[in-house]
Design a protein around this ligand. Sequence first.
Ligand code: 13P
Length: 255
Amino acid sequence: MNKATRKTIIAGNWKMNKTPAEATELITAIAPLVKDADCEVIACVPYVDLYPALEAAKGTNIQIGAENCHWAKSGAFTAEISADMLASMGLKYVIIGHSERRQYFGETDKTVRDRVRAALDAGLTVILCVGEYLEQREQDVTAEVVRMQTKIALMGVSAEEMSRIVIAYEPVWAIGTGLTATAEQADEVCGIIRECIAELYTNEVAEATTIQYGGSMNDANADELLSKVNVDGGLIGGASLVAEKFAAIVKAASK
Ligand code: 13P
């Protein structure tokens, strides 16, 4: 197991927060605090914030990503945004399969897979979210759940394309609840996902894949979570909306 074979990535997921003007303000506040980061720094922002965030991030080491994309190239899908539209703005990253999409917007493993395909075809790098509900953890089926989500989402993804897949393990019970998985729980499940990738591809591909933890990660617990061998970064919700907190997590990942 060698952490040095893969990139550490700290990504913010702003969810449905921040107006365009506030996005400019937040990126401008984060930029000087993370300029010396020894990891990748990403802010995934609402669609209307993409342009101002990109402008504010120009000349900095902050990359901007989106929070979702549609699976079709174009067509009669009112209010949806295609992967090509995102790529054409100069974006590199898109989150796919977040549990809030699965919980509230009818996202299924199949639609996740279709969106992953569209994003890869557009040249984007995907942050693919997987994770179990509390009941599933209590029934001891966490491994089965994350393995199934991972396998279905990656159907048809080539070993070569895996260099543009980042996986975020986000236990649903830890999102926005203040309940964090212990570092041991996070490491265990990130390890299960890595094993699954090794089975689907090769050990080399598994060792090169960045697997993040997400779920109430903050400036106080980031150090311990990120010290684990299978935890290669974080996908941060609440704490990514406060420049100092987000920067502290980036700092912990840069050690
Ligand atoms: P919180 O950090 O607010 O728990 O959110 C995590 C998350 O869902 C990131 O995608």
